[in-house]
Design a protein around this ligand. Structure first.
Ligand code: AP5
Length: 216
């Protein structure tokens, strides 16, 4: 099963990708997580990406294409994957098609997470992440057992640099301008399924299981 999760920032793509990864045993490939690790490790690629990420702009395509292209070539991605945050524009979607074609593979389904802007602001302003294991929390909807501390590895939780209200609004604009054309791109190929991402995390997960062919 090769899936793409498409949706605005804060729609819950990462939260659900982790659950699906555990449920179906296929890897989550999250371009944002990969880039954040490159920034923390101060690799040349991370240093190049940081300024774009802090502003809420898309990182140049050559950077993300190289990262994701390499990741898709790894053994564990042979049986399937969940692409979370990639592709983000039509160029990236075409690059992805080329990579998969070389592997004799193709995308099975593109899931569009539909959610409104007010909900996004509430979700992202309360989000906390673990810089070690990438676990995602929310101060109200999914608090850690101990405030400010990751349940899994006890690391101090952080607020993402791009989760300020001003940057969230800019990321939302970038999504509409550059990423939302992918809705039509994949609809025309008959690959698009839209889900209600305003629902609770459990309800969204049930919708995803149904998309993947499991009964609710
Ligand atoms: P990226 O990390 O991909 O960020 P994003 O797409 O903006 O998405 P988010 O991670 O903000 O949200 P999400 O949908 O995963 O929501 P989450 O599950 O965390 O990208 C960051 C940056 O990297 C980009 O701005 C860009 O600069 C760069 N980048 C990345 N990929 C790129 C690419 N391909 N090309 C170029 N640049 C790229 O949930 C959010 C919060 O809501 C959490 O607190 C969660 O607990 C809570 N929540 C989740 N589901 C629910 C629910 N159902 N009900 C209530 N709360 C919920």
């Amino acid at each position: 099963m090769r899936l793409i999760f498409l949706g605005p920032p804060g729609a819950g793509k990462g939260t659900q990708a982790v659950r699906l990864e555990e449920h179906f045993g296929i890897p989550q490939i999250a371009s944002g997580d990969m880039l954040r690790h490159a920034v923390i490790e101060r690799t040349p690629l991370g240093l190049k990406a940081k300024e774009y990420m802090d502003r809420g702009d898309l990182v140049p395509d050559d950077v993300t294409d190289a990262l994701v292209g390499e990741r898709l070539g790894m053994k564990d991605a042979e049986k399937g994957f969940i692409l979370d945050g990639y592709p983000r524009n039509v160029h990236q979607a075409e690059f992805l098609d080329e990579v998969l074609e070389e592997q004799g593979a193709r995308i099975d389904r593109v899931v569009r997470f539909e959610v409104d802007e007010a909900e996004i602001i509430a979700r992202l302003s309360g989000r906390r992440i673990c810089p070690v294991c990438d676990s995602v929390y929310h101060v109200v909807a999914k608090p850690p057992r101990t405030e400010g501390v990751c349940d899994l590895d006890a690391a101090a939780l952080l607020q993402r640099q791009d989760d300020t209200e001003e940057t969230i609004r800019h990321r939302f604009e970038v999504y509409h301008e550059q990423t939302s054309p992918l809705i039509q791109f994949y609809e025309l190929q008959g690959l698009l399924t839209t889900i209600n991402a305003m629902a609770t995390a459990d309800e969204v997960f049930d919708q995803l299981r149904a998309v993947a062919g499991e009964s609710r």
